[in-house]
Design a protein around this ligand. Sequence first.
Ligand code: ADP
Ligand code: ZN
Ligand code: ZN
Length: 755
Amino acid sequence: MKEEYADIIVNISHESVDRAFQYRIPEKFKEVIHVGTCVQVPFGRGNKLLKGYVINKSDICNYDTTKIKEIYAIVEDGVSMEDRQIGIAAWIHKYYGGTMIQALRTVLPVKKTVKAKEYKKVLLTCDREEAIAVLGDSKRMKGRGARVRLLEELLKEPELPYELLTNKLMVSGAVIQGLARAGIVRVEKSKVYRNPVKKYKNLDEKKKLTRSQETIVEEILKDYDDEKPQTYLLHGITGSGKTEVYIRLIEEVVSRGKQAIVLIPEIALTYQTLMRFYKHFGERVSVLNSTLSDGEKYDQCERAKHGEIDVIIGPRSALFTPFPNLGLIVMDEEHEGSYKSEGTPKYHARETAEELAQRVGASLVLGSATPSLEAYYRVEKGKYKLFSLTERVAGGTLAKVYIADLREELKQGNRTIFSRKLQELLLDRLKKGQQSMFFINRRGLAGFVSCRSCGHVVKCPHCDVSLSEHRGDRMVCHYCGYEIQKMNTCPECGSKYISGFRAGTQQIEEKLREMYPGIRVLRMDADTTKSKDSYEEILEAFRNGEADVLVGTQMIVKGHDFPNVTLVGVLAADMSLSVGDYRAAERTFQLLTQAAGRAGRGDTLGEVVIQTYQPEHYAIIHAANQDYKGFYEEEILYRDLMQYPPVANMLGVQIFASNEVEGIRVAKKLADQAKGLAERLREERGWSLKEQMQIIGPAPAGIGKIKDIYRFVFYIKHVDIEVLVQQKDFLEEVVKGMEHRGMNIQFDFNPVNGL
Ligand code: ADP
Ligand code: ZN
Ligand code: ZN
């Protein structure tokens, strides 16, 4: 390819991001012009010289070759903020695919003229005594949990942002209005954004860091001041003081005239956490979340750009906040799947944050109780520096964990879905009036088949992931397409108890009512939480002690604190182990560790029962022992053996087609082309068979069809990410020259969220 032409975006005013112009690349610039390069081009009739950015190169001219204009010059002076954003967009474009326009849209806020939004705050209007009296009354009444929370907070802070109360404290508008009518509170509106917590800045008493916290802060700052910032992994259980470390680091970085980005998955962004940041940074902190409109997001970016804020907190997309002097990026719960974008470009915020931090000379601090294999692998490779916080600051013991072997239960004649241990402990809690949580993990579950007698799970001989039930009587591997007839007896033990696991949250609820007459049960799953309010209502009712047991899917495990819960039951830990993808064990370990952390936050001993058909599985054993390192060491061996990330890299090519036959045809054709390139590269570079790129599939995706769109996928594995980028570029070209009407083809590097 000669690549004589370049698509250029001129004049980055954000509205025009969807229009590029083509120019010829003069011979002298051929070697130095890349995607992202800033150039000067003659524009319009007067050929006025404008600054623009190269977003694509090609050897095809879409224009009259005799009339096309030439790039005039390369702009080499200092890097402006726009250049930085364009640069990171170009990087995302290169490493995750999609179009440059899509990458730009990811990185740049869309400028939209919206009517000025009203900011609301809630104030206490009566005197404290009266408020305390109302609070007392409300506490004695049932179903007044939201009112209690609101009054408690307003007694601490006489005025609070409305959004904070409704989003994070789950106080509905109706509750606020009720109190307003009673003359207890008032809602005030203003046109300009003003964070009312400003006055209370630094109201949070400055805690003296523990010795280990202090060491971490000192070391990170020393690297920063020596101009050697890098990536750090802060490994510590919940409550071990990570957030306190982040806050102290941010204070130091801000005092040096820099800004900080704090990424927290939306589900973990609780009211308590937000208040801690508000109290430290007052109106210099801002929060991004999914409820903001494009216009509001744009406003936030403008405020950041103009130095009106120092700290932004938000999910994945907060990473692209255009701070002029970014000094620190914090990524809490770095192992969370939500850090990977599900839309194109499918970028991972951790990798992107690393690239961004490197470009601007910022430190990157990753925090987790259960680090991703990726992060820990990089620690082992010497790329990240590891810090550990091993104890809870407030003391308290870890929950006691029991493993219940469901095969044994069946042998002993227990046919219920509750093991004897769980029944015993539940009875004890019912007597004591303490609460329990039972959860079942069904995420991404596509009908795996297991033996209830011996726990055997049928796996693909080529991919070492479990097979899934497909169209009734077949079992299929969603990586390579391997397929066999579904069996009636277990190939391991011959028992006839082989089938898909069917127990759901509803059965659990019914069973509980049947076995424990009078038990108060709340259920939380996709069915009971269709509306946003119901989700909040259920949590509130449970927090207020209106139920003995909360039954739910994994959504109950994350981000909520219930001090009266002293028993957690994981009803079928295997379910997540058997999801047909290579991250199943990692996800199971994380969930079980989190579930264990739910019990026993207070002074009382918490207990956890993990029910499983595979009690010998390393993910279960290490989670029960809360032994991350032990888990990591076994898991990384598997990844290495199978050449799965993070040891090797993996590119998923996804084909979405309305016509099934056409979808398969295109998937096969692309896979063949990929094999062709793999073979050519092997010859060219003299790779051995082991070093060769592996191409697996195509196969139907985990969910083979959604809304009448068929989904196929194939995977390419190789150690070197650059080789996979080359494959992606090559396949993109193939797609361009191919008939693929009614089809959508996407690329996913190192997939996190199974398709
Ligand atoms: P994590 O982020 O790891 O869950 P936090 O930073 O939230 O941990 O700390 C847990 C609890 O301990 C919080 O209530 C916090 O205010 C408190 N805490 C943290 N560090 C200290 C300290 N050095 N001194 C006193 N209390 C602390
Ligand atoms: Zn069996
Ligand atoms: Zn397979």
